[in-house]
Design a binder for this molecule. Structure first.
Ligand code: PLP
Length: 389
């Protein structure tokens, strides 16, 4: 038997930043103490800095979907007209949440791998001037596609609708100028570019969104934005916080600030570019028409089930990559770049991919993909400035 290290190469959960993991061991702490209030306050302040907004940023003990749910239940009323952009499994989640709460949703759906274009959203808003909200994924993790958030924001900004962005894999992988572009709600999750385990959801709230909250009448209890804002201002959370995760978050945010959000984004972008070039060299096709940098979705070669590639990574290298979800299962495989990934990871992933492809009858020349990654590394004007842990 040889050593096979376990590696998480999925777009959530992502590899953990070791000092954040170690920080979790100090969780024998009470949350209603000065000591914890200081930790919580500084984590919220750093979160706001990393989000890059002057608006409010809230934190919930929940997976990312909790904040998606909260954005609907706190900012809308039953029967409100909304536009829901659906380009994959996570867009479908928006449509399901809107339906669960009785919103009147105009679902703009596209085929998996495509994106909803700004002109379609503009037309939908023109046709229904009473629209109260527009929902989208910045990065649709199930297909690897990225929406043109900036252009869409310019359109939504001119209307009474608020722009609610699931940026759970968008944060840290693409620029998102919350205040400059007018993004009213931007949702994040701990297990993505934040490099810590699942269990925390984040959400920025603009002044325009708070005005919506004043008029909203949908029932909610656990996720109460106004209460959470008040609690957070006092260094506390409304309910018992996930203390261990808050300790981890504090540590990870210090690191993200040290690296710089712009460099964290550039890091993901470089790794994504390297992956696109490598898979191109290996004769593989990308799944998304407008690929983002959180994850690269690649079509398996004709006649090969993508599950064989996923299985190959697990069995040969102890590594977990993602299969396609839903009807994309067996068709595509997905390699992540968000958060704590570096070029050395990428060299290994592509080298492993070459071996697995050959073992499954797709004959590629060994080293061709790896050389493409090395080329991107060398061409990068400055190597990504990921500080050593
Ligand atoms: C991971 C993810 C979510 C959140 O899923 P949870 O399992 O609730 O954390 C939502 N949207 C996108 C785009 C994601 O990648």
């Amino acid at each position: 038997m040889y050593i096979r290290k376990q590696r998480l190469l999925t777009p959530g959960p992502t590899p953990l930043y070791p000092p954040a993991l170690h920080a979790m061991m100090a969780s024998d702490i009470h949350h209603r103490t000065e000591e914890f209030r200081n930790v919580y306050k500084s984590a919220l302040a750093d979160l706001k800095e990393v989000y890059g907004t002057q608006g409010d940023v809230l934190c919930f003990a929940a997976s990312g979907t909790g904040a998606m749910d909260a954005s609907v239940s706190n900012l809308f009323s039953k029967g409100d007209k909304v536009v829901v952009c659906t380009a994959g499994k996570f867009g479908e989640r928006w449509a399901e949440i809107a339906k669960a709460y009785g919103l009147d949703a105009n679902v703009l759906k596209v085929e998996y791998g495509e994106v909803v274009t700004p002109d379609r959203i503009e037309a939908a808003l023109k046709a229904e001037p009473g629209t109260r909200g527009v929902f989208i994924q910045a990065s649709e993790t199930s297909t690897g596609a990225e929406h043109d958030v900036k252009t869409i924001a310019e359109i939504v900004k001119k209307t009474d609708a608020i722009f609610v962005v699931d940026a759970i894999t968008g944060l840290g992988t693409m620029p998102l100028d919350i205040d400059g572009w007018g993004l009213d709600v931007v949702i994040g999750g701990s297990q993505k570019a934040f490099m810590i385990p699942p269990g925390l959801a984040f959400m920025s709230v603009s002044a325009k969104a708070w005005k919506h909250a004043d008029k909203a009448d949908l029932p909610h209890y656990y996720f109460n934005l106004k209460k959470e804002k008040k609690s957070g201002d006092g260094g506390e959370s409304s309910w018992t916080p996930a203390t261990s995760l808050i300790l981890a978050l504090g540590e990870a945010l210090k690191y993200i600030k040290k690296v710089g959000m712009a460099h964290l984004i550039e890091n993901a972008q470089l790794l994504a570019r390297a992956t696109r070039e490598a898979t191109g060299e290996l004769g593989l096709e990308l799944f998304a028409k407008r690929p983002g940098s959180s994850v690269t979705a690649v079509r398996a070669p004709a006649g090969m089930d993508s599950g064989a590639i996923v299985k190959g990574f697990k069995e040969r290298f102890g590594a977990i990559i993602a299969n396609g979800q839903g009807s994309m299962k067996g068709q595509i495989f997905r390699m992540a770049h968000l958060g704590y990934f570096d070029f050395a990871d990428m060299f290994g992933v592509i080298a492993g991919l070459e071996i697995i492809l050959r073992a499954n009858g797709h004959n590629v020349e060994l080293g061709k993909g790896v050389a493409a990654v090395q080329g991107v590394y060398e061409a990068a004007k400055s190597a990504p400035k990921l500080a050593a842990a």
